[in-house]
Design a protein around this ligand. Structure first.
Ligand SMILES: N[C@@H](CCC(=O)N[C@@H](CS)C(=O)NCC(=O)O)C(=O)O
Length: 218
């Protein structure tokens, strides 16, 4: 069995949040090292070549990139399984994790970083379009009776997306962006995620995120 895990993390970071969720769901013990971005220790930079959290060390070996870390954890600690058992299912899970990072997050963060109030509506529509795509191409085709992305069992897709939805109250507060009413599966998923014990264990309040994104939204 593999040795102790040290996780380099930051409370503010949605990517690190993904890995905290995977560790919590699997009940894996680990040592948490919180990184101050303004004073990154050399020990952290030595194992995280991009200087980003999350990064994990086990038996002297480093793994970084949140979705890669989570798939590593799922292979080293197979129970409970957080990826489908069949290759096609795993391919689909990776497609949606990739969609989030390469196609959704840019649009999502553009909307809160935007400094031109005259363009807020355009950015809001762009986010809504992506959320509707997730609803119709993702949930409607994959989640069966739900409530999670792949049905009744939570998976790494859920863990990849959820941190950005825990932060959604900041988007609502500053930019009036929320899950569209016609995205009922997405709403059900969001509500189910919020009640999951692992989510509850490490959740931050809406106020924490509203305060945390204040400077970005200004
Ligand atoms: N693609 C990376 C993104 C990680 C990332 O962007 N982490 C940010 C915090 S949310 C970071 O460590 N930033 C430190 C810095 O830019 O100095 C992943 O999925 O792990």
């Amino acid at each position: 069995m593999s040795g102790t895990i040290e996780l380099f993390s930051a409370r503010v970071c949605p990517f690190a949040h993904r890995t905290r969720l995977a560790l919590a769901i699997k009940g894996i013990e680990f040592e948490l090292t919180e990184i101050d971005f303004d004073a990154k220790p050399q020990r952290f930079l030595d194992i995280s070549p991009y200087g980003k959290v999350p990064a994990l060390v086990q038996d002297g070996d480093a793994v970084y990139e949140s979705n890669v870390i989570n798939q590593y954890l799922d292979e080293v600690y197979p129970q409970p399984a957080l990826m489908p058992q069949d290759p096609l299912g795993r391919a689909r899970a990776r497609i949606w994790m990739e969609f989030l990072d390469s196609k959704f997050l840019g649009v999502y963060y553009d909307a809160i970083y935007n400094a031109d109030r005259g363009k807020d509506e355009e950015f809001r529509d762009n986010v809504a379009e992506k959320l509707r795509f997730i609803e119709s191409e993702g949930f409607a085709k994959l989640s069966s009776d739900g409530p999670y992305w792949l049905g009744s069992g939570i998976s790494l897709i859920d863990l990849a997306y959820y941190p950005f939805f825990e932060r959604l109250p900041a988007w609502t507060y500053y930019r009036d962006i929320d899950i569209p009413d016609d995205c009922s599966r997405l709403k059900t998923w969001n509500a189910a995620m919020r009640e999951h014990p692992a989510v509850v264990e490490i959740a931050n309040s809406p106020e924490y995120y509203i305060e945390g994104y204040k400077n970005y939204a200004a």
